[in-house]
Design a protein around this ligand. Structure first.
Ligand SMILES: Nc1ncnc2c1ncn2[C@@H]1O[C@H](COP(=O)(O)OP(=O)(O)OP(=O)(O)O)[C@@H](O)[C@H]1O
Length: 530
């Protein structure tokens, strides 16, 4: 029976007695004699029933409270958040509190946390309550409190958490806040990585789920998702190369061909069982080879040398005419001269094109572009290779050579010449992007169905084309410092605010992983390759 039914019940009894009195002319004191016990028994019944329904019983042990509600128990602990200001006022308590709550929000546990800030005229105080629905779990609560206290010491040296004793009547919300006046209505909503994510299926383990302090279960990606392309992003020194090397090693172990286009020549130190092509062992490319489609060659040269449309058209004509002749400075000039001299317009285009093509016939250009073509398809047919591009000092030449290798490799797959899947790692990928990215944008969307997975590695996701970002379905985000990069990544992943705040706080080797096999992005500590 609830409280608002008592009044009507008593009125009903009184009304019935008055009617009885009218009909049977009973004495008033007899009526009162009847009515009183009835009313009393209703009140007693009410308290008895309501006590049975909701028994709240607060119990205290080591500052831990237990609240029994019906047959459920909640265990918890309340702690005052006490901030101590330095004498010279240098402690940034707000920042420390944010860091502490950030760290707590990353913990993967089944406890609930509530921050309560009470504000009155005289006092302002904040406290943290951690609690859990459970039975006999004082020890769990105490352990959690100790772990939170350790985190507080590490991330917020001027803030301490002091447990508040509860009485058996109430769980007090503390009134005094250290030696400073401090209150804040906390407005952040945290989306804590859920432990269910640890049950995802994967066959390429890359690390362990972490909350920044503790490591929980191992996690990885599915090799079947590799052809949906991988993006590894992070500032210098954040751990990108290690992650790319780890993926290369693991995928090679399960039968992928792996080719790394190594911009700075650092991978041979990370993967010493890969075959290395470098200055001593250069793969030579014949641009005029019969087997390469002219459209792709025009796009690659046009993108890297930033050719205008008329120059691209002229290049197309030039390549058609040059077929079967050596690609040397004199043949290029000769052939250009044979092309229609009809108008001033074409003469200007010709000279501008000839000037830009000088790069390919330069001393460095001749190291990699040659008529004595190597059988690249044979060389890279199967296995694991590092192609060290760092011996090419001219950046545009390095970019050209890298893209030609990419084209030749993808052609092998387009023609169905390999039944093994391949991972092509494009290190320092931002270097391949210019104002025009026709070739690389086309490749990334086409190669997927042919068993080719691209792994784009870059310290500057904001310099990568939107097309590429959209097409990398597995993203591994190491610490990023520049605001523009953080924004580009958080927009492309629709990251929750707590994770966005976190991108620049990740430690070396830590990364946010977003992949088709994982429901929500999670923080992972990547394994070290060696
Ligand atoms: N998962 C990891 N665990 C522990 N240490 C790591 C991890 N990943 C990288 N490191 C260490 O961090 C340092 C930088 O790593 P790495 O070269 O992979 O970073 P990077 O982002 O590729 O840097 P850069 O852009 O300068 O090439 C190295 O000393 C490496 O040993």
């Amino acid at each position: 029976m609830n409280r608002d039914k008592i009044g009507p019940a008593i009125l009903f009894i009184l009304g019935s007695l008055i009617i009885l009195d009218q009909f049977f002319k009973v004495e008033l004191f007899v009526l009162v004699l009847f009515a009183l016990p009835m009313i009393l028994s209703i009140i007693v019944l009410y308290f008895f029933i309501s006590k049975k329904k909701l028994s709240i019983n607060i119990f205290l042990k080591n500052q831990i409270f237990r609240v029994n509600i019906g047959n459920q128990s909640i265990y918890g602990i309340t702690c005052k958040i006490i901030g101590k200001q330095e004498l010279d006022g240098t402690a940034n308590l707000q920042k420390e509190l944010d860091a502490l709550l950030d760290a707590i929000s990353r913990k993967e546990i089944d406890l609930e946390y509530v921050v309560i800030t009470s504000i009155s005229n005289k006092r302002k105080s904040s406290s943290l309550i951690l609690f859990k629905k459970c039975e006999n779990c004082e020890d769990d609560i105490m352990r959690e409190f100790e772990s939170v206290s350790i985190i507080a010491k590490a991330v917020s040296p001027h803030i301490s958490l002091v447990p508040t004793p509860s009485s058996n009547l109430a769980i007090p919300i503390p009134q005094i806040f250290g030696n400073i006046s401090y209150a804040r209505v906390f407005d952040k909503v945290y989306d804590v990585p859920k432990s269910e994510d640890s049950t995802v299926d994967y066959d390429v383990e890359i690390g362990d789920i972490t909350n920044g302090k503790m490591i929980s279960s191992p996690i990885g990606i599915r090799s079947s998702d590799v052809v949906r392309h991988i993006g590894i992003f992070g500032s210098t020194g954040s751990g990108k190369s290690n992650t790319a090397a780890l993926l290369s090693k693991k995928l090679a172990e399960i039968g992928f061909n792996v080719v790394i286009l190594d911009w700075h020549g650092e991978f041979k130190n990370l993967l010493n069982d890969f075959i290395v092509f470098d200055r001593q062992n250069i793969i030579k490319i014949n641009i005029l080879s019969q087997s390469y489609g002219i459209e792709d060659i025009v796009d690659i040269i046009g993108d890297v040398l930033q050719l205008t449309d008329p120059q691209r058209f002229m290049l197309h004509l030039l390549l058609l005419k040059l077929k079967g002749r050596p690609f040397t400075l004199s043949t290029v000039i000769d052939t250009l001269n044979q092309l229609d001299e009809g108008s001033n317009w074409s003469r200007e285009v010709k000279y501008a094109l000839a000037r830009k093509l000088l790069l390919l016939t330069s001393r460095q250009g001749k190291l990699v572009f040659s008529n004595e073509e190597d059988d690249i398809e044979k060389i890279l047919e199967s296995g694991k290779y590092i192609i060290d591009l760092s011996f090419l000092h001219n950046i545009r030449l390095r970019r050209l050579y890298g893209l030609f290798i990419l084209k030749i490799l993808t052609d092998i797959y387009f023609r169905g010449k390999s039944d093994k899947k391949i991972l092509i790692v494009i290190e320092e990928a931002h270097n391949y992007f210019t104002e025009y990215n026709d070739f690389i944008n086309r490749i990334i969307s086409e190669v997927r169905k042919f068993g080719v997975g691209l792994c784009i590695v870059s310290q500057s996701p904001s310099s990568i084309s939107a097309e590429i970002l959209k097409n990398t379905n597995i993203k591994i985000i190491h610490s990023l410092k520049a605001d523009i990069d953080k924004r580009v990544i958080s927009d492309s992943l629709s990251l929750p605010p707590s994770m966005v705040n976190f991108i620049d706080k990740l430690d070396i080797g830590e990364a946010i992983l977003s992949a088709p096999n994982i429901k929500n992005p999670i923080v992972v500590k990547i394994k070290k390759t060696f």
